[in-house]
Design a protein around this ligand. Sequence first.
Ligand SMILES: NC(=O)C1=CN([C@@H]2O[C@H](COP(=O)(O)OP(=O)(O)OC[C@H]3O[C@@H](n4cnc5c(N)ncnc54)[C@H](OP(=O)(O)O)[C@@H]3O)[C@@H](O)[C@H]2O)C=CC1
Ligand SMILES: O=CC(=O)O
Length: 325
Amino acid sequence: MSVIIAYTNPPEHVREYLEAEAELHVIRPNKEREKFMEVLPNAEALIGAGLPVNQDLLDKAPELRVVSNASAGVDNLDVDLLTDHGVVVTNTPAAVVDTMADTMFGLMIGASRRLMEMHELVKNGEWDRNAPKEWFGLNVHHKKLGIIGMGGIGKEIARRAKEGFRMEVSYYNRSRHEQAEKETGAVYEQLDDLLASSDVVMVLLPLTDETKHMLGAEAFRKMKSTAVFLNGGRGSVVDEQALITALQEKEIFAAGLDVFEEEPLPSDHPFFTMPEVTLLPHIGTGTVETREAMYMEAAGQCIKALKGEKPEALVNEKVWDKGRK
Ligand SMILES: NC(=O)C1=CN([C@@H]2O[C@H](COP(=O)(O)OP(=O)(O)OC[C@H]3O[C@@H](n4cnc5c(N)ncnc54)[C@H](OP(=O)(O)O)[C@@H]3O)[C@@H](O)[C@H]2O)C=CC1
Ligand SMILES: O=CC(=O)O
């Protein structure tokens, strides 16, 4: 079995695991184009994060049977196309959950309490008096959290918000998840109701044709003027220009973002001059332990699929029942 891992320096135990199971090629496709093109024709599996896999790549990889994304999001892949070609797609939903929940709480407190603004102010030597009221933020505890996208991450956040922060939690999702409601105490609401009543609106949606720009001007107009808006899903789920306008017009209080329509952010982006926006560099899962766990999960799922065993994190269920290569 020939496996490509598209990564600069995979963790040693991941490399050892894969080498014991397959002929492994460690390649950075963008930097080692020639080497990548050389091994693609025989590659049966591709492990990577954010690597676009489209018709062009498929044409060059006729033996490809598995694409294992070392991320929860799969918007870099044309999943329908891969399914049509009988290629199994997997991702890493288990490894990301807890660290993403940590990140979102960091963003929630950071944006609500204006922590980054205060940090800059102290570092700039502007703390020369008792903190005046103009520096105050908003409470998080006992407030209402509205989660949009009640998947693995949303569920963990709901649980912690209820138990740890004593928040009232509601959620909006494509389908209602009664089991998650029982487990976390979160309540299902229609999107408009959630937007109008939440103190913190948190987006954890995947990017798909349906979710692109799902949160736009109309959504921001419905929110409280004290609302804090957070996005940890994908940048393009939000109409960024509409968010900028909503913040400038003070339709909402603040925003905390880990993901953007264009990444990295272009140097002239309006967010850079907006103190009410807390920015992270798409680092929701960026801890040493979790990145390693993501690559290990991706490697495990990949080898399982190559051996014909059904992976737990199968993205394209359809391919398993019919026409898998
Ligand atoms: N910032 C970062 O570093 C990270 C970002 N992410 C992002 O977070 C996303 C969510 O991750 P995760 O919780 O693991 O994913 P899940 O697949 O577990 O959850 C996604 C949820 O979104 C819901 N959903 C999908 N489409 C719609 C829609 N059109 N309208 C309403 N709800 C919808 C799904 O509903 P249903 O149950 O009906 O399918 C599901 O409950 C990832 O796809 C990724 O983009 C993930 C990890 C790290
Ligand atoms: O953005 C990261 C992911 O896991 O998805």
